[in-house]
Design a protein around this ligand. Sequence first.
Ligand code: URA
Length: 219
Amino acid sequence: MTPHPSCPAGARACPGLRTAAADCRGCPLYANATQTVFGEGDVPARLLLLGEQPGDQEDRQGRPFVGPAGKVLTRALSDAGIDRRQTYTTNAVKHFKFTIPEGRKRRIHKSPDLRELTACRPWLLAELRVVAPELVVALGATAGKALLGSTFRVTQQRGALLPWPKLDENGEADEGIRGLVATIHPSAVLRADDRESAYQGLVSDLRVVAEVLDGQRGT
Ligand code: URA
């Protein structure tokens, strides 16, 4: 597999985990998806970006955030002063969940449920152990709920440095993580009536991330 130009480490990241995840049957989503879409990027990385689940393009290409939302993400990171090549990108759920409405051909994204999020959690914990990030960015409500539980509200909690929850009973996956910053999902920019203001909101939240990494904001 050719590494993504914006992620030089590309498919070389976490080879053992990636191979194991390719055969995951932990929930029924594998049956209709093309493949497992594991995370990729720098390992270790100071920043781990967590999305919801692969979209249509990601499912076909087997790589996270390579479709339209990924393009928004890469540009917003750059505008916030963050180089995506120095990050690790993954999703809370590693298979594409979709429906095909009757009489249509296009696959329509469906949000993963709690059971699917829970089934996929061991992969995220394994990635956190290997990537050992200082900071995690939750991209959208599902990623936020995967980390902070069902009470998480992106509208209320975005753009601030939040305490890192204890996710791993052994503590290994949590070690060294200073916190998390939540923001909107990049695809929300593409759906917004006012795309420019949604985009600027995303960049502004990511600037908080850059400031934490630069040591200008404490934990
Ligand atoms: N949306 C996500 O949450 N993740 C991807 O990888 C692509 C779109």
